[in-house]
Design a protein around this ligand. Sequence first.
Ligand code: BMA
Length: 309
Amino acid sequence: MPIVQRYAKNPILTKNDIPFPVATVHNAGVVKFNDKYIMIFRSHLDTGRSILGKAVSDDGFKFKVSAEPFLTPADSGVFGDYEEFGVEDPRITYINGEYLITYSAYSRHGVRIALAKTKDFQTVERMSLITEADYRNVVIFPEKFNGLYARLDRPHSEISPWAIWISYSPDLIYWGESKLIMRPVQYHWDEMKIGPGAPPFKTEKGWLSIYHGVFPTMAGSVYRLGVALHDLSDPSKIIAVGDRWILQPEEQYEITGYVHNVVFTCGAVPEDDGTVKIYWGGADKVMCVGTAVIDDLVDFCLENSREAL
Ligand code: BMA
């Protein structure tokens, strides 16, 4: 039996479910909010640039999309300067009574990560641009460590493979103490690059991080998902990295789309019954969900572990 069970009615959202004109709906952050599931998804417009939309669900499977986009590129100020080419790949973390949303801000100056916050998903307030260019895939931990916020991120480097780093902040604005903690491994499924996916969630044995890994082929790159376990009190310590993928493009809606052969996650929701709902974009075109047993993911990680660096 596959470790991640695809929901039988995938895809759960396609562009036909979106009440405004879009070409795709994918790469969504998802959290629980007042007994509902809130999804903030990315959609390409027919300019090729992206905006963020919102959908709500009672059960985590059937989502209803709001009439208006949730966040579109700012048209003035510093965010206007850096969001000109679009906003992408939101991740949501609940901490201190607020939902923090990190997203990629694209512009002629490269890709940076912006941080916004909301308490109700009705209004959203941009806080700061929290990286310079070029960074993607920032996920914030839902707890502080020694009084500091912590995040995983993925700088683009020409010198070393694109890998996962950790940084800390006293106030969510200024980040530092950065350290490389996990690298791709040559001729493994994620040899080309890796990046944080869903914000990590707590298990008895460590923080479980679902990340993406990319393998280059003659027919283009393949995006898959894997798992890593971080120490509960020091998330810069990686306890284990599963050396096999947990999900790869297999269904038609993952194999062909806007970008072929992609499963890409920005959100996972752990449930009280010991399962986790994992959300992913299929081929950068549609939204999908699957479930896994959290203990199975942890055991998989521990039993198939490789070196993190
Ligand atoms: C990455 C990002 C993701 C996308 C993936 C596959 O670099 O752009 O948003 O899902 O490529 O195209």
